[in-house]
Design a binder for this molecule. Structure first.
Ligand code: DQA
Length: 146
């Protein structure tokens, strides 16, 4: 069975109460449950991690080969725009990585327009709320079936 690691970056633990007008009212637990049910239906194993710490995310990416992860689905949150370390980790492990964002980062403040992660990602989905995660997972599953 294929295994996908879902990584949620900083402050996404606050979903449900955080800037609801931008990120919606769905909690992270609800998102993970939805993703897990889609994964189950497709016979895919899902591991999830939320971290507010860059190093913890870098460590998790660095262990994907050891943990037999076939693909990564990541919302790097604010680290999207700042983290060379996460970008380098993704480049280092060479496992297909799909980047997702709840909000449309290109329609927001200018500092959000640059993703350091996009150039090392297979693709990016941005702006569809919780559907960004669902579309991202479906795309990842389709990719693994190829
Ligand atoms: C985000 C967009 C980022 O710019 C922001 O820092 C986040 C969430 C999104 O999902 O829309 O924390 O990644």
């Amino acid at each position: 069975m294929s295994k996908i690691l879902v990584i949620h970056g900083p402050n996404l633990n606050l979903l449900g109460s955080r800037e609801k007008d931008i990120y919606g009212a769905t909690t992270l637990a609800e998102i993970n449950n939805k993703l897990k049910s889609i994964a189950e239906k497709n016979n895919v194993v899902l591991e999830t991690l939320q971290s507010n710490h860059e190093g913890e995310i870098v460590d998790a990416i660095g262990k994907v080969k050891q943990n037999q992860i076939d693909a990564i689905l990541i919302n790097p949150a604010a680290y999207t725009h700042t983290s060379i370390a996460i970008r380098d980790a993704i480049a280092a492990v060479n496992v297909p990585t799909i980047e997702v964002h709840l909000s449309n980062i290109y329609a927001r403040e200018e500092f959000r327009h640059t993703s350091l992660i996009a150039p090392v990602s297979y693709g990016q989905i941005s702006g569809f709320g919780v559907s960004s995660y669902i579309l991202g997972l479906e795309a990842t599953i389709n990719l693994l079936k190829k």
